[in-house]
Write a protein that binds this ligand. Structure first.
Ligand code: UTP
Length: 408
């Protein structure tokens, strides 16, 4: 893209300020900026001005979950089906590790965070250990696909290598990168990270399957005969990955997707709530939850929307191929975005100062016809690390690890 083309594109989206420092740049910097302008999807920016419309939802009704008791009564059957599927190589795992982890406040990838007390225990290490439990149980290596972003790819892959993949077989680990999206102020004007660089951030965890296609990873999945993909977040250090019982339950109920859920501990707990939207499975994110939903009761007087997702889903791969062309909704999220000010000085804001534009994995659920919400014991499987201290933090996760006999 040459200067004139870049100018036209920016003019169309009201972003001409991106070229403010163009004449001060070296030839190389100019080329880098023009390339970034060419590659940046600016269509998403049009949404900032009608954010409320973008957030609009359909008719929400409750969706019940398969409870702990129900699961327990069919455990043997589910375990057998799950173990058979894993042994047949039909299950792969996808670690979503492209996020910025801004709430944790470390510039390094979240997975390299050391949560150990008496020894080093990294978040990635905990996840690999959890997956290894199933590898040992089934005597089968499970393919692990790790999504990174432009901001943490090098650091993530180098860390795994340095730590010898925590004992996992490297030929069973495949890294791929997600796309980035521009970040803006509240008026939808993109921030500049440097004089020759638009501020960008990972475009959410919803593009993972599309990115897998782009990187040729889906071909590998087909070749390996993988039919189910267990997608999970980097920050839950207790989660069971490729859990045979969950795999079996999802397969035997012939669901397009299984979603691990926990009983919420408070109506306003910050987790997405599973429900039906216009009769199809759906998840409402915590920041989109209305008071009406929080306070709704079922016929027995219990909270109607009491199950929250923990970002651990088992997708039928074929179903993903069918929905991949559909456009997922865009979430416009307030975040702290580093930028250069009018005078070209770097600013690292203490408070949110604009929007990031993200697509989320939870919206894939709504595109599918059937979803099995599968309850898990929260103290045994849910220890998310979002913050340094307080709720969902390094501190709370350490406590939960201790409760589960995990040495830190
Ligand atoms: P979070 O919603 O916790 O976002 O991600 P985050 O970016 O990691 O953290 P904050 O909000 O800045 O503090 C949930 C999961 O989705 C992944 C994260 O790595 C985490 O496993 N994710 C998030 C991606 O892979 N890509 C993204 O663009 C965003």
């Amino acid at each position: 893209m040459d200067y004139n083309e870049a100018y036209k594109k920016l003019e169309k989206y009201g972003q001409l300020h991106v070229l403010k420092y163009y004449n001060e740049l070296t030839q190389e910097e100019m080329a880098a900026l023009l390339k970034q302008i060419e590659e940046t999807d600016m269509e998403v920016l049009l949404n900032a001005s009608h954010k409320d419309e973008v957030d609009a939802k359909g008719k929400i009704t409750p969706l019940s979950a398969m409870t702990l008791e129900e699961i327990d009564s069919k455990k043997e059957e589910f375990m057998k089906a799950g173990i058979d599927a894993i042994k047949a190589g039909k299950v792969g795992a996808v670690l979503l590790a492209g996020g910025m982890g801004t709430r944790l406040g470390s510039d390094a990838p979240k997975g390299v965070y050391n949560i150990g007390i008496t020894k080093e225990v990294y978040i990635f290490e905990r996840l690999i250990d959890n997956l290894m439990d199933v590898v040992k149980l089934t005597d089968t290596w499970i393919h692990l696909f790790v999504m990174t972003s432009d901001k943490n790819h090098e650091a993530t892959t180098a860390f795994f290598k340095e730590k010898n993949y925590f004992g996992y077989r490297p030929e069973y680990i495949t890294f791929f990168m997600q796309d980035m999206a521009p970040a803006t102020d509240y008026d939808g004007k993109v921030y500049m990270e440097a004089k020759n660089k638009i501020s960008t951030s990972p475009n959410g965890n919803g593009g993972w399957f599309l990115s897998m296609m782009k990187w040729g990873v889906v071909d590998k999945i087909r070749e390996a005969g993988i039919e189910w993909l267990n997608v999970f977040a980097v920050d839950n250090v207790l989660q069971r990955i490729a859990d045979p019982c969950f795999v079996g339950a999802t397969i035997l109920t012939d669901s397009d997707v299984g979603a691990k859920v926990v009983c919420k501990n408070a109506p306003d707990e910050k987790i997405g709530v599973i429900c039906l939207e216009d009769g199809k499975p759906s998840i409402v994110e915590y920041y989109e939850l209305t008071d009406e939903m929080m306070n709704a009761k079922d016929e027995s007087g219990n909270p109607a929307y009491s199950y929250g997702v923990i970002l651990n889903y088992l997708f039928r791969e074929k179903a993903l191929e069918e929905i991949v062309a559909k456009k997922l909704p865009l979430h416009i999220v307030e975040k702290k975005i580093p930028y250069i000010d009018e005078d070209g000085n770097q600013v690292k804001p203490e408070e949110p100062n604009g929007y990031k534009y993200e697509q989320l994995v939870l919206d894939m659920i709504h595109e599918l016809d059937s979803c099995l919400p599968y309850e898990v014991k929260r103290n045994y499987e849910f220890a998310p690390i979002k913050n340094k201290t307080g709720v969902d933090s390094v501190e709370s996760a350490r406590e939960l690890c201790k409760e589960n006999g995990i040495e830190l």
